[in-house]
Every structure is written in C-alpha cells, then in structure tokens.
Design a protein around this ligand. Structure first.
Ligand code: ADP
Length: 176
C-alpha cells in the first residue's frame, strides 16, 4: 500500500521525521509531498525544503519526495496512493484534521486518512514554534534534524529579527 504524507514542512522537524520513519515501517512506499501553497509565505523555498528532507531521510529506502499544487486527494489518486498519512499532536490538531479527513473522503472514497499519534517527546513541536525559537537565537538542535538546525541558524544570522525603529522625538512646543 502506498501512503502520501502531505504537508508544508517549513521546515521539517523531528516530529515530522518520526511520522515518516514510522510510516515507512507500515507502508510499502511513503511519498512525502510538499505542498506548493501560494497562500502561505514560507521561510524556505520548495527546493530548500525538498533538499532538507532528502538529507535527513537517506536511510529510508521506501521513501519518495515530491511536490504538489492540486487537491491532496487528486494528487494521491494520481500517485495511486490509498492512504493519506497525517500526524496528530494535541487536541487542537484533532478538529482540523478530522474536518480535512471527512472532506477528503467526500471527494474520494478510495483514499483513507490514517493518523499516527505523535511520539510523546514531539507532541509540542511544530515548524512555526521552531522558526520562532530560531528567530530569537534560541537552540533548535534538539527539535530539528542537524542540517535544518544549521540552515535555520544561517537564515536568521543573515536576517536579524530586530529592525531598529527610531524613537519618536517629543513634540516641540510651538513658539509664540
Ligand atoms: P500542514 O500545513 O499541512 O499542517 P505541516 O508541515 O505543519 O503541514 O504538518 C504536516 C503533518 O505533520 C500534519 O499532519 C501535522 O499534524 C503533522 N505534524 C507536524 N508536527 C508534528 C509533530 N511534532 N508530531 C507529529 N505530527 C506532526
């Protein structure tokens, strides 16, 4: 059975990697599909994200990387995948993920969504959180693959998060 694991992966975290590794043990093939979403302003380009994922998944023989810009079910059908793989973290993920799973099932009853519960140590982890920590110079090496930690550091040393705004001067009293 072929599974598609769709997402933004901006950037890939150890939480994503955990789902990918476990997915590879369950399915014949897992396709990590990076979404080209024009409504999102990503930190890393599609090419950078693909390269980041490729670097940290070389040990997985039944993994394939791709991008897509269609409906997820359309992409899954094109790739002859029967499963959409998603990770579940906290309760707040559940409502959105359940809505998406029902929507996708209404679009194609051939494609089932399979959820893997996050491993405990990554239950709090998201790409946004990682970017926020890195932006302010915090340590992310325990949250993302090594290659991603390096790229995040490079990214934010080049673009410091602080822009100095001149302090407004007190209004001067008009002279009479
Ligand atoms: P999207 O924009 O589709 O939410 P993400 O890259 O944020 O893309 O997430 C892709 C999938 O990976 C989602 O199913 C999400 O719940 C799951 N995921 C993200 N972080 C974790 C984590 N720490 N543990 C388990 N699953 C995760």
């Amino acid at each position: 059975m072929i599974a598609v694991y769709p997402g933004s992966f901006d950037p890939i975290t150890l939480g994503h990697l955990d789902i990918i590794e476990r997915g590879c043990q369950l399915f014949e093939k897992v396709i990590v599909a990076v979404a080209r979403n024009p409504n999102k302003q990503p930190l890393f380009s599609i090419q950078q994200r693909l390269a980041q994922i490729q670097t940290c998944t070389q040990h997985l023989a039944n993994l394939e990387l791709d991008t897509f810009d269609t409906l997820t079910v359309t992409y899954a059908q094109k790739r002859k995948a029967q499963v959409l793989l998603r990770g579940l973290r906290v309760l707040s993920d559940f409502e959105y993920e359940l809505q998406m799973a029902h929507t996708n099932h209404s679009l194609s009853s051939q494609v089932e969504t399979v959820f893997l519960a996050t491993s405990n140590e990554y239950s709090f982890l998201s790409s946004s959180l990682v970017k926020e920590i890195a932006k302010f110079g915090g340590l992310v090496s325990h949250l993302v693959p090594e290659n991603v930690a390096i790229e995040l550091e490079e990214c934010f040393t080049k673009t410091p998060p602080f822009v100095s705004i001149p302090t407004p001067t007190a209004p001067t009293t008009p002279m009479d």
